[in-house]
Design a binder for this molecule. Sequence first.
Ligand SMILES: Nc1ncnc2c1ncn2[C@@H]1O[C@H](COP(=O)(O)OP(=O)(O)OP(=O)(O)O)[C@@H](O)[C@H]1O
Ligand SMILES: [Mg+2]
Length: 213
Amino acid sequence: MVLMDKTKHALIISFEGIEGTGKSTQCRLLSKYLKNKGLKVIVLREPGSSVIGEDIRRILLHGKGKLTSFSETLLFIAARCQLVEEKISVNLRKKDIIILDRFIDATLAYQGFGAGVDLKLIRKLNKAVAGDFTPNLTLLLDIEPKDGLIRSGRNDRFEKRKLSFHSRVRNGYLALAKSYHKRIKVISTKEDIKAVHKKICYFVDETLACANK
Ligand SMILES: Nc1ncnc2c1ncn2[C@@H]1O[C@H](COP(=O)(O)OP(=O)(O)OP(=O)(O)O)[C@@H](O)[C@H]1O
Ligand SMILES: [Mg+2]
């Protein structure tokens, strides 16, 4: 069993990637893996995991009217602000691990690289709402956009966008992984769920070992 030092705060692990890469599946498996080690874990999704955050999620994924890219950005940032204040900061001392199903990098990839919103501005907004909560580890699950969309099978506002949009988002994520290579680890999800989980556990164990030094 890994013993976390109680004077330290929870490790934050985020999952990122385009639609259907297996983020939610792998969040669940990682949570189980860490709980089996005796660690206290909470899984949060973004946008969501707070009352207002879930309301914002409904607008973002299923809202009827046309949202401008900038309004969309601000809604994601507002949901993030609620999540940080209501859930992340509160659980920082209560839990050992906070797992996030998407977080700061998603806005850079989708609204920045994908929709052309100024990256510098997104970085500033991210810093304002989540500056103290940069993940210790980010697992970027990667797949060809057409394969991810088939897997996802959903039909929300993002899934309906053209393949070229999803390719820009994917390339944006990969560019972020290059810039922040110590934090963001890219994992291909062409392999089956179990094999992907094994790779994720390798990076997570490495991060836990560093944190316990
Ligand atoms: N490595 C994999 N190989 C094959 N199928 C997979 C793999 N990972 C996940 N799946 C399947 O793909 C589907 C989508 O997975 P999941 O919901 O975890 O993806 P997601 O990244 O959370 O999607 P979204 O971006 O839409 O939230 C599920 O049916 C899941 O069982
Ligand atoms: Mg999901």
